[in-house]
Design a binder for this molecule. Structure first.
Ligand code: GLN
Ligand code: ZN
Length: 767
């Protein structure tokens, strides 16, 4: 039985790549230095995998920015707008590459970046390939060959990794009408053939084609493309061993297709879809090997060896040892690098975890154990599993009991919206087109420096508190002055909308170095839910109460919702996700009730991540939506009718889940809308969305200040499809990444736009 790995984190154990990239972008370091940093990381990664004892180590999994962008450069899919950048002799291939990733503003050129979107259901973002009718491809960058050769020079025969041609096309977007990007397969395949032709004489044995779409819902045309592509490759390169990797889902209805491909090995994800093994084993043709992904590449927990060995034995007993390979479920790109760099974490909890480097050891350990070697490793693992299963750190009987006794009533406001609305109108006395913001105000370098100093002990708690109070008071005064109706305190005390809550909840732990690439040089350090979640004390009441004490106007309380907290954390794998979501929901519910008791009359529970949590297969959507909506409702339903609950979501396509959004039953929802010119609102209009809604009128992703007139236009568009009594006026999202000058200007324009609309409606009524 052989071991292999699908990909290793490329940011470097101490985020070396981030620093090198950013220095290069700011002209602080040379191209030569940047390339050297890449080379060092690759060398380290290969050697570390070799030392761990992995048989087939990946190459070409390294990327300076993104592996999909690498492939676009490799196959010459360069959108026309970058041609001038490429023609400029002073620019290197890397400059063209970064121009595509980040845009280009130099030499009198001003070229936008390529679009970025989420990689399946991960928090990694890739650069979306752009396709045109009759597009031609040609081998432009030889990175895959160079990287393979580089490893060879170090004495390591690697398994080059490349996104398969069908998935590559499916990941992209048609930039003009009248064609289907899958039609480009005939033009694209020759470039793959050329790559193979160049790799062949270099003694390659295995090559890995990532085809995650084989585990998604795909069209008959895509299925045909799979047969065509791998048939052609087999014809021309019968001696190269091709491994097709699928992950993040089960093969399900594509099982037959995947097993019929003339390839040498197929990788399946047994973490996401363990039940597929049983189904697949009897169908595996005699020439095919099966790679089973048994170590979770998407989470931070130690593998349960007993469970994995069962999978291994089952596979071996049907296929024989020679036709089984073991590996992590997917690329380790989504795992933090090395648990050994954690020095502050409780050693008990740390002992339950495995980061990328430790996961390699697990793969190798399982290989030994399957052969009957090193049995002490199994005993060690069993005792870790047992300690986690029974630890009092994890298990809080009270929390479990509370989740167990949740009733339908807990997920239900006292009265339906129509009744609540009447009471809220009386209690809140808001004008038509009430104005508000989404919560955060600019996190200036000053605010961030206070937090850093406070964390380092250079500022005392009292000093830090005084500075935040001053900042909060200034923001309250300013909102009063320009005439905002529902104020916010500004969230100056928060580092991040999930971390802030995680730090105050029980059951959470934080890593010092658990960075995972999010996009380009941006890395995130997701908090880790290891145990039952509970709220030892109020988390936000102090700041909301303080802010409310400064003003007679309404102060909105600001919380992150249970689904978003769940979605942006590493979550425990010893209970279903919905249970963790319900535990968080109860904690948020208590916070909502405490805010109400403290005199806060409007409370926002942000759920920007509810849509991105959708399962990859449509058949699984409803089950997820049922518990996700319920979790939100549990958090929102502890208050009286007069208390107004808001929710907020950013960049979302709402069409296919509008019923579920309505089911959340928030009194007010604010959404991102301005870039789409209110098009996103159509879903709400067509549905006759019954509750109140604030379509964003200010694009907060840009430093540009929109004029009152622009916002009036947008609001008129909204007014054409949504009854005026239901409309709010607000920006697209929080203002934390903006600067104060543009924020102030934009908010003054926004208030003026709302006033204009009020006047307009008054005149309409009179005439
Ligand atoms: N309340 C948060 C803020 O204003 C919401 C952020 C978000 O939707 N991502 O920053
Ligand atoms: Zn938002």
């Amino acid at each position: 039985m052989q071991t292999h790995n699908l990909g290793y984190p490329r940011i470097g154990a101490h985020r070396e790549l981030k620093k090198a990239n950013e220095d290069y972008w700011q002209n602080k370091t040379s191209l030569k230095n940047l390339l050297q940093v890449g080379k060092n990381i690759r060398k380290k990664n290969w050697e570390l995998q070799k030392e761990a004892g992995i048989d087939w180590i990946p190459s070409n999994d390294f990327s300076f920015y993104d592996q999909v962008l690498d492939l676009s450069l490799t196959v010459g899919a360069i959108p026309e707008r970058y041609h001038e950048v490429a023609l400029n002799k002073e620019n290197s291939e890397m400059d063209l590459y970064f121009a595509m990733a980040r845009g280009y503003q130099k030499d009198g050129l001003d070229i936008t970046a390529m679009e970025m979107t989420k990689w399946f259901d991960t928090n990694y973002h890739y650069i979306v390939p752009e396709f045109h009718k009759n597009q031609e491809f040609k081998l432009l960058s030889t990175k895959i060959i160079d990287d393979y050769y580089e490893a060879l020079q170090l004495g390591i025969i690697t398994k080059p990794v490349i996104i398969g041609p069908v998935s590559y096309l499916l990941l992209g977007k048609e930039k003009e009408e009248g064609f289907d990007r899958l039609d480009l397969i005939k033009n694209l395949l020759p470039v793959y053939m050329e790559i193979l032709r160049k790799l062949e004489p270099l003694d390659i044995e295995w090559i890995q084609f990532d085809e995650p779409f084989l585990a998604m819902d795909i069209s008959p045309k895509a299925k045909k493309a799979y047969q065509y592509v791998y048939g052609e490759i087999k014809k021309e390169f019968p001696q190269i061993k091709t491994l097709v990797a699928t992950y993040f889902e089960g093969l399900k209805d594509n099982t037959e297709l995947a097993l019929s491909l003339p390839i040498c090995a197929l990788h399946i994800d047994l973490v996401r879809c363990p039940e597929q093994l049983e189904e697949i084993l009897p169908l595996v043709p005699t020439k095919l090997s099966l790679s089973i992904g048994i170590i979770d590449g998407r989470n931070v927990w130690k593998n349960d060896f007993e469970k994995s060995l069962k999978f291994i034995y089952k596979a071996i007993s049907t296929l024989g040892e020679n036709r089984v390979m073991i590996a992590p479920s997917c690329s380790l790109l989504h795992s933090p690098c090395d648990l050994h760099s954690e020095s502050k974490m409780s050693s008990k909890i740390k002992n339950w975890m495995a980061f990328a480097k430790q996961k390699l050891d697990e793969v190798v350990a399982l290989n030994h154990l399957a052969k009957g070697d090193k049995l002490y490793l199994l005993e060690e693992n069993k005792s870790v599993m047992k300690s986690r299963l029974t630890s009092s750190l994890i298990h809080n009987p009270e929390v479990k009991k509370r989740v167990f006794s949740i009733t339908d009533k807990d997920a239900q406001r006292e009265n339906p919206f129509s009744i609540r609305r009447q009471k809220q109108v009386t209690a809140l006395k808001l004008p038509l087109f009430p104005t508000t913001t989404i919560g955060s105000f600019p996190q200036t370098p000053e605010v961030r420096s206070w937090r850093a100093k406070f964390k380092k002990g250079e500022l005392s708690a009292v000093e830090y508190d005084a500075l935040l109070k001053k900042e909060t008071e200034e923001s309250v005064r300013w909102q009063e002055e320009i005439g905002i109706d529902v104020l916010v305190h500004g969230e100056f005390e928060r580092n991040d909308m999930v971390e802030y809550f995680g730090e105050q909840l029980k059951g959470y732990v934080f890593s010092e170095n658990g960075w995972v690439q999010s996009y380009g040089s941006r890395c995130v350090k997701p908090p880790i839910v290891f145990g039952d979640v509970s709220r030892p004390q109020a988390m936000t009441v102090y700041w909301s109460k303080y802010a409310q004490s400064l003003t007679n106007k309404l102060m909105k309380g600001m919380l992150t919702g249970p689904v978003t907290i769940l979605q942006w954390s590493f979550v425990r794998d010893d209970q279903p996700r919905y249970q963790t979501a319900f535990q968080i929901a109860l904690a948020i519910r208590d916070e909502v009730c405490d805010l109400e008791a403290a005199g806060i009359k409007v409370i926002q529970i942000d759920e920007p991540a509810i849509r991105e949590g959708l399962p990859l297969r449509k058949a699984d959507w409803q089950a997820y939506l049922n518990w996700a909506v319920k979790a939100f409702r549990i958090s929102a339903s502890g208050v009286k009718d007069e208390t107004q609950i808001h929710t907020h979501m950013c960049y979302s396509e709402f069409n296919d889940i509008i019923q579920n959004i309505a089911d959340m039953d928030a009194d007010v929802i604010t959404i991102e809308c301005s870039r789409s010119q209110m098009e996103l609102l159509d879903a709400f209009a067509d549905f006759n969305y019954p509750n109140e809604i604030g379509p964003g009128v200010y694009d907060i992703h840009s430093p540009r200040v929109p004029s009152k007139e622009e916002m009036v236009d947008l609001l008129n568009k909204a007014k054409a499809v949504i009854p005026v009594e239901q409309l709010w006026v607000n920006p697209d999202c929080g203002l934390k990444t903006r600067h104060w000058p543009e924020t102030k200007k934009a908010m003054i324009e926004m208030v003026a736009a709302a006033k204009h609309l009020r006047q307009l409606v008054k005149e309409e009524v009179l005439s």
